[in-house]
Design a protein around this ligand. Structure first.
Ligand code: MG
Length: 311
């Protein structure tokens, strides 16, 4: 009788090795409900693939209107996105490249990353929530008007087996910003300066080619599309670089996330930034060619690093 009771108690607590250990070490709670953990699915990502996480704003059209974003591009609102992208890359060191345009941001993890044991749900949820909270935190540093409601971003993971696939993915996103921005630039010129209604502007642009829209901007508004700010035309690429100021010794340069607005579709970009696809070592970035937006995004990081060093 005594042994049977003991056996029952032992059986109750011995359905997993963890629980046995727990019984003896008293290091963790254990109950008969523990078995539900076995329902969790293994979502470990395959080895040796590029992991791309893209976050995308939910109903940002409405969000942009509610916060009176400038049309067709709001420079400060784009900088809030860039600041959130930088925060994500500061947190997740295995991201080798970020790419942002409009209300979306893509992050490329090193092929051999072991972050969160490559568990898809963990990676995706951490990146998406970090991006969203950083967007909210950065808002007041760039925008005059307060946030009137909480922005929301969805996230997805896409895996690319080859470098060519990864380049094609990024080219796809950059081609997207080109098509949309050219259209939006022409559309808002017609509405805001020529006084057309939204519908009239839509009709005017229906079926036009890129060359037609370029021509329209030049002939009617005296705008050479290619001279508009590169951030609007190319989006923002975030790269981890060792920032060297002027003639400073290269070894003294500080590492930072540098926003650049270059063409990444052609080969030149990949020749210039070989660290992305190669064995990852941050490239060098000389600051003499800083523009004011870049300067501010970079200055914030360098200041923060200096403050942390003082603590
Ligand atoms: Mg969206």
């Amino acid at each position: 009788m005594y042994f049977r009771a003991l056996n029952r108690i032992f059986t109750k607590f011995s359905f997993t090795n963890k629980c046995e250990t727990a019984l003896y070490t008293r290091s963790m709670a254990c109950s008969r409900y523990e078995y539900v953990k076995s329902y969790e699915q293994d979502d470990k990502i395959l080895p040796n693939v590029w992991i791309v996480i893209r976050v995308d704003g939910k109903k940002f059209h409405k969000f942009a209107n509610a916060h009176k974003f400038e049309k067709p591009n709001d420079e400060n609102a784009l900088n809030v996105m860039n600041a959130a992208g930088i925060a994500v890359m500061e947190e997740f060191r295995d991201i080798v490249l970020g790419y942002g345009q409009s209300d979306e941001y893509s992050f490329v993890f090193r092929k051999d990353t072991s972050a969160f044991k490559r568990r898809a749900a963990k990676l995706l949820s951490y990146v998406t929530s970090m991006f969203t909270s950083s967007y909210v935190l950065s808002w007041s540093q760039w925008m005059q008007r307060p946030l009137s409601y909480a922005p929301c971003f969805d996230g997805r993971i896409v895996l690319y087996p080859s470098d060519e696939n990864l380049r094609d993915y990024l080219s796809w996103r950059q081609a997207d910003v080109h098509v949309n921005n050219l259209y939006n630039t022409a559309f808002w010129k017609l509405v805001l300066e020529s006084g057309l209604t939204n519908q009239q502007a839509e009709e005017r642009l229906r079926g036009t080619l890129s060359s037609d829209k370029n021509e329209l901007l030049f002939q009617e508004f005296g705008i050479n599309y290619n001279t508009l700010p590169a951030m609007y035309r190319k989006g923002t690429i975030l790269l981890r670089k060792r920032v060297v100021i002027g003639s400073q010794d290269e070894q003294k340069g500080r590492q930072a996330i540098v926003p650049i607005h270059e063409d990444l579709i052609g080969n030149e970009f990949w020749k210039q930034h070989t660290e992305i696809l190669g064995k990852y070592v941050p490239g060098k970035y000389v600051v003499s060619s800083l523009n004011r937006h870049l300067e501010r995004q970079l200055a914030k990081q360098l200041e923060k690093e200096a403050t942390i060093a003082e603590i």
